[in-house]
Design a protein around this ligand. Structure first.
Ligand SMILES: [Fe+2]
Length: 208
């Protein structure tokens, strides 16, 4: 298996991810690893599966949060946002499948029920008091930014660990998440939206 050069950036990212796992109480590290003919050492496969399971939990959580917005959005932009959110939820569903099947390809166990995801996600709850379209857009933009940061970090971690295939999956997701963050923020960058919800550039990041 190819080993990559250990850049300072990658070392930092690995420690960031380890710190994140510790903060989460290593919720995803109790998986059963199955025997496989893969040449990737089991210890390494287990580490990568933990990262993938954390991503799976966050992806499932975000998918249902997007659906929550799809169902409850109101206002003059209702229909446009209703359709956009549905597209985004479908895409997030594709990522969950991609990530879960990478876990099982590596001999791991995918933790993909709603209850499992709820225990392991890092994302904040979706607010229940939103009324107008741009407030839903801003709430999703906050969560896409946080999710995108985690996925980008995982590219570096998998690169550092020498698993370029998982890094490729994270890269694919990251590229699309950046695009969707642009779609969301394009609504918020108009002056009318800035007046309505405040300047998104200085909006507080969600607490987690
Ligand atoms: Fe629907």
């Amino acid at each position: 298996m190819k080993k990559n050069s250990k850049s300072e950036t990658s070392k930092r990212d690995v420690s960031v991810t380890s710190a994140r796992a510790a903060k989460n109480g290593n919720k995803s590290s109790h998986q059963r690893m199955h025997p496989t003919r893969s040449d990737i050492p089991e210890k390494l496969r287990e580490q990568i599966c933990d990262i993938l399971n954390e991503t799976l939990a966050n992806s499932l959580d975000l998918q249902t949060q997007i659906k929550q917005a799809h169902w409850n959005v109101k206002g003059v932009h209702f229909y446009q946002l209703h359709l956009l959110f549905d597209e985004m939820a479908t895409e997030m569903g594709d990522y969950t499948d991609l990530v879960a099947e990478r876990i099982t390809s590596l001999g791991g166990t995918a933790f993909g029920t709603v209850r499992m995801a709820a225990k392991s996600t890092n994302l904040p709850d979706f607010p229940t008091d939103l009324e107008e379209g741009m407030a839903f857009v801003a709430a999703l933009a906050d969560r896409f930014a946080q999710y995108g940061e985690m996925v980008r970090e995982n590219i570096d971690v998998c690169d550092h660990l020498g698993d370029m295939d998982s890094a490729d999956i994270f890269t694919e997701i990251s590229r699309n998440v950046d695009k969707r963050l642009w779609f969301l923020e394009a609504h918020l960058q108009a002056q009318s939206a800035v007046k309505e919800i405040g300047n998104p550039r200085v909006a507080a990041r969600p607490k987690h």
